[in-house]
Ligand binder design. Structure first.
Ligand SMILES: *[C@@H]1O[C@H](CO)[C@@H](O)[C@H](O)[C@H]1NC(C)=O
Ligand SMILES: *[C@@H]1O[C@H](CO)[C@@H](O)[C@H](O)[C@H]1NC(C)=O
Ligand SMILES: *[C@@H]1O[C@H](CO)[C@@H](O)[C@H](O)[C@H]1NC(C)=O
Ligand SMILES: *[C@@H]1O[C@H](CO)[C@@H](O)[C@H](O)[C@H]1NC(C)=O
Ligand SMILES: *[C@@H]1O[C@H](CO)[C@@H](O)[C@H](O)[C@H]1NC(C)=O
Length: 381
């Protein structure tokens, strides 16, 4: 009798767990059932839900369509290899969503992307999709924008109309690397309120070395401005807001006062519409400015760097050895191979060689997130 009782309790719990897993909807929710079976007795059953920290393999088996993340990048000139390393970082850390890549590229670069991404798709068993589209502008004012900045530079301002069939994107510059899953950035869409249509990180943390507060001759967002290298864009809301109708008037008024091109335009728009911008912290767009003098990004100290931005060519020069060390580790990593052994360990070793620099001295913050997600093969330790 007792045995039957135990068996039915056990079966019931398994069924409940299964239902919770199936119904838990979006990819962020994972459920872990922890059972200790000791001498035939079900000792304890722990059932909990948590954010994406714990990957539950059973979730992948359910028939629910995976949560989609759209990652978009604009590529011109000699940025193909850099962009592919960025994409590789996103693919190797992506957790339980379906990644959709939209690459806006110059015609002559398209073939390079198709070749490499097709190869990766085979290695990863089609766990992501990609499409390439031409860099383009709305017909009115096309010539003006192309002339003003290089075509690539202002393309992102026009994503609401260029990607008219897309609801939302995570836009990144080509010189960006994911050190934590893209899902970690994407989840901020769920934290936005109804007036916010984009998310950005501050340009600076420290007013003493800030650029906008010391040099800008035009309005900018908040105390120190925002950096546009890692941007969540709800394109539906940007279209409803009429984003693109602001661009030409702003350009006309401030053309001669702008230094950073399209980023300045973004700052000017959000200066006048602060209620439309969601701010995430500097760990989502970590640049050498955050560590070159002293380490100023508190969030990265607490949780580790989530997205690394190699602005000012720090991935390719020896100016900031810690930044080029991280890039090198991703560049050498072969997708599909063990990420702990062939990505994390080399990265750690390259970073240790960079400790002479100020950014290298805080190298543990570069490793904190990635270690958690590539683990050492044991998600439950
Ligand atoms: C859920 O995640 C939080 C934050 O990562 C962690 O502090 C907490 O211990 C986790 N809970 C469980 C039950 O694993
Ligand atoms: C892809 O599928 C093959 C064969 O089913 C399997 O051996 C391999 O581990 C899978 N690779 C990934 C990255 O899931
Ligand atoms: C973007 O905004 C639209 C309109 O408010 C909303 O329906 C949609 O869910 C939002 N997209 C994301 C990813 O949050
Ligand atoms: C959304 O948040 C922003 C920034 O905190 C705020 O200015 C705005 O009023 C909020 N909108 C709503 C509808 O609460
Ligand atoms: C599962 O329960 C056991 C026994 O209480 C505990 O030692 C173990 O840490 C738990 N596992 C997880 C993943 O929390």
């Amino acid at each position: 009798m007792k045995l039957i009782y135990r068996v039915s309790v056990f079966a019931l719990l398994v069924i409940i767990t299964y239902i919770v897993i199936i119904r838990s909807g979006n990819g962020y929710l994972s459920v872990v059932l922890n059972m200790t079976i000791k001498e035939g007795k079900v000792n304890r059953v722990y059932l909990w839900t948590n954010l994406s920290r714990i990957r539950c393999d059973m979730y992948g088996d359910s028939n629910k369509p995976k949560h989609e993340i759209v990652l978009s990048v604009v590529v011109c000139g000699d940025r193909v290899q850099e962009t592919l390393v960025m994409i590789k970082s996103a693919l190797s850390l992506s957790q339980d969503s379906k990644l959709r890549l939209i690459i806006l590229a110059e015609e002559k670069l398209v073939q390079d992307f198709i070749e490499k991404l097709t190869e990766w798709k085979n290695i990863l068993n089609g766990s992501f999709t990609f499409e390439t589209r031409p860099v383009s502008f709305p017909k009115s004012g096309e010539e003006e924008w192309k002339k003003l900045f290089k075509p690539c530079a202002s393309q992102r301002l026009f994503l609401p109309s260029v990607l008219v069939d897309v609801d939302s994107v995570l836009y990144v510059d080509t010189d960006v690397l994911f050190l934590s899953p893209p899902e970690n950035v994407w989840r901020h869409f769920d934290l936005m309120n109804s007036t916010q249509l984009a998310a950005l990180a501050p340009e600076h943390e420290d007013p003493n070395i800030g650029w906008y507060n010391r040099f800008a001759r035009h309005p900018y967002y908040g105390k120190l401005g925002v950096n546009s290298g890692v941007m969540l864009m709800n394109l539906t809301r940007m279209r409803d807001f009429g984003w693109e109708k602001y661009l030409v008037p702003i350009l006309k008024e401030y053309k001669l006062k702008m230094t950073w091109g399209d980023q300045d335009i973004i700052n000017i728009i959000f200066h006048y519409h602060p209620e439309c911008l969601y701010i995430y912290d500097c760990s989502y767009n970590y640049r050498s400015d955050h560590c070159m003098y002293s380490s100023v990004c508190k969030a990265a100290h607490a949780q580790g760097v989530k997205v690394l931005h190699g602005s000012r060519s720090t991935f390719h020069t020896e100016k900031q050895p810690a930044f080029s060390a991280v890039f090198r580790a991703f560049q050498e990593y072969q997708l599909g191979t063990d990420a702990y052994q062939y990505l994390y360990l080399p990265m750690e070793s390259y970073l240790k060689q960079a400790t002479v620099s100020n950014c290298g001295k805080v190298h543990s913050i570069f490793l904190k997130q990635i270690k958690e997600f590539v683990g050492d093969g044991d998600y439950f330790s």
